[in-house]
Design a protein around this ligand. Structure first.
Ligand SMILES: [Zn+2]
Length: 129
């Protein structure tokens, strides 16, 4: 069996910008031409280059003053969002389970079994979390 594999590299490019704050420096850097670099014709045959996804700003003494860790921040934000949605799903599943005891329905059963599949590993809502 033959597979096509993408090798994902990390790369960086240093530029100098004039700004009033590290945040402004980061903004200027993101909107600069260097944030969307290009490769020579020969290299472009083998390598695809994406847009800038993170900046680290250093002051003139080479001290790091800002690292926006774009991907890391996104992951942190998404993790919080997932936890929030899991909590909401749990509360909804508990409500559906209460309704199911009063008015049993195939639709409720399907929702509850889907909830257990995705969030609960087969447990009922009350025994989770
Ligand atoms: Zn080249």
């Amino acid at each position: 069996m033959e597979y096509n594999v993408s090798l994902i590299f990390s790369a960086d490019m240093g530029i100098t910008v004039n700004a009033d704050s590290p945040e402004e420096a980061a903004e200027i850097a993101y909107s600069s031409d260097q944030a969307t670099p290009s490769l020579c014709h020969q290299c472009a045959n083998d390598v695809n280059l994406g847009d800038c996804v993170r900046v680290i700003v250093y002051d003139s003494d080479d001290n790091e003053v800002l690292d926006d860790g774009f991907e890391r921040n996104q992951i942190t934000g998404l993790s919080a969002r997932i936890a929030e949605l899991e909590q909401l799903a749990k509360e909804m599943a508990e409500g559906i389970e209460r309704e199911q005891r009063i008015i049993p329905s195939v639709h409720f059963e399907r929702l509850l079994s889907r909830y257990r599949e995705v969030c609960g590993g087969g447990k009922s809502p009350q025994s989770i979390g």
